[in-house]
Design a protein around this ligand. Structure first.
Ligand code: ACO
Length: 343
């Protein structure tokens, strides 16, 4: 029972004994954005769209686009180096490296091993996580599992994407929505008492439903066309699933921690569309002042969007030690999930 609770991360004392439970604390986070800014007006010169259409439907004003000579591993390494500096740790102190990405440098090896080599942290496990826009939440859950069960004492979890390379730049319904970037967090194992007052990651709830595969996918790949292909999306259906599934999975996380929306200090959502974020927050009863928004400047950076938003909110002093922070994301698969973090 004790072990079971330990493994599942269920809070609270067992048989009157105080638990000592390993938690993953976020020691540092940081983002990296490519230099080149592309505004809605610039896109309007290329496809039949307008700044007003994009702003009103999505909240996006501009996005960053990687330089031709930049690969996903380059963006990831920059974010990782900054996160390590923010945590006051050296790359050699990191046991595990996970990169959540849908736009890897190569079919193999993983982008994570390229980042590992660039950081100079060879020897420990490094691998990629593929859960599209939900990749960071999935990666955080995987790394947290290693740390909780003693498989690692520290980890780097990176979300990094160059979505501009899988966009059909003739398709106005998708090319206006995405941007490039990377974000990273450094996790360190620490002991807590197993209650929801512990600092660190308190819970994860992950889901996927492969029957909804064709709502959002790339029309290529190694075993189909031998080309990477372009993103295709049924926008309105994705929108509807996003609002319902994200609000449900956030409530699932709160309930598992005996919390309600009034306990939440910050919602740091996946940044796909301001209307999805607003509708999800409304369903939870969270005021807009408690929601971190970066979609206006970054657009949808897929797996990078949450760590980029965490980094921004921490750097400007909004996220403080002890705050209850909810993260959530949904993307191709469909795959979705949430985590509850005591910052
Ligand atoms: N500029 C101008 N007009 C456009 C554009 C554009 N960029 N894109 C589509 N339109 C047109 C359509 O052709 C359509 O024209 P019609 O009425 O003459 O046929 C009209 O605008 C309305 O199109 P809809 O698709 O109905 O527009 P909607 O209000 O649903 O907004 C959007 C589209 C923004 C894609 C929305 O559905 C959405 O945000 N969906 C969620 C998708 C998403 O965020 N995906 C990201 C990946 S998944 C994730 O991260 C959650």
């Amino acid at each position: 029972m004790w072990l079971q609770r330990l493994a599942l991360g269920a809070p609270g004392p067992v048989g009157g004994l105080a638990l000592i439970m390993r938690r993953s604390i976020i020691e540092g986070c940081a983002g990296y954005l490519p230099e080149r800014i592309v505004t809605n007006e610039e896109l309007a010169a290329r496809v039949d769209t307008s700044d007003e259409w994009v702003r009103v439907r999505t909240g996006i004003q501009e996005r960053r686009i990687a330089a031709d000579d930049q690969q996903t591993s380059d963006l990831a390494t920059q974010a990782a180096e900054r996160a390590l500096a923010n945590a006051g740790m050296r790359a050699e102190e990191i046991d595990l490296i996970l990169v959540a990405t849908t736009t890897p440098d190569n079919t193999f090896p993983s982008t994570a091993v390229k980042v590992q080599a660039q950081l100079g942290a060879t020897g420990g496990p490094a691998f990629d996580i593929q859960a599209v826009c939900a990749g960071f939440v999935y990666g955080l859950a995987a790394a947290d599992g290693y740390l909780r069960t003693g498989g690692a004492d520290s980890a780097l979890v990176i979300g990094a994407e160059i979505f501009s390379r899988i966009l059909d730049w003739e398709d106005r319904s998708t090319c206006v929505l995405f941007g490039d970037g990377a974000g990273a967090v450094v996790l360190r194992a620490a002991n807590g008492d197993g209650s929801n007052a512990d600092r660190g990651i308190l819970s994860h709830h992950l889901h996927s439903d492969g029957t909804l595969y064709d709502l959002l996918y790339v029309d290529g790949g190694v075993s189909t066309t031998q080309k990477s292909g372009y993103l295709r999306m049924a926008g309105q259906e994705v929108f509807r699933h996003a609002v319902n599934k994200l609000s449900d999975v956030l409530l699932e996380g709160l309930a598992a921690n005996d919390m309600t929306a009034t306990d939440v200090d910050w919602l740091v959502p996946h940044q796909a569309n301001k209307r999805i974020i607003d509708a999800t927050a409304r369903k939870l009863g969270l005021p807009t002042e408690k929601v971190i928004l970066t979609v206006d400047k970054h657009a949808n950076t897929s797996a990078a969007s949450i760590p980029l938003a965490l980094a921004e909110a921490e750097a400007d002093g909004r996220l403080k030690a002890g705050d209850v922070v909810l993260i959530e994301a949904i993307g191709g698969g469909l795959a979705w999930g949430s985590s509850v973090i005591r910052w």
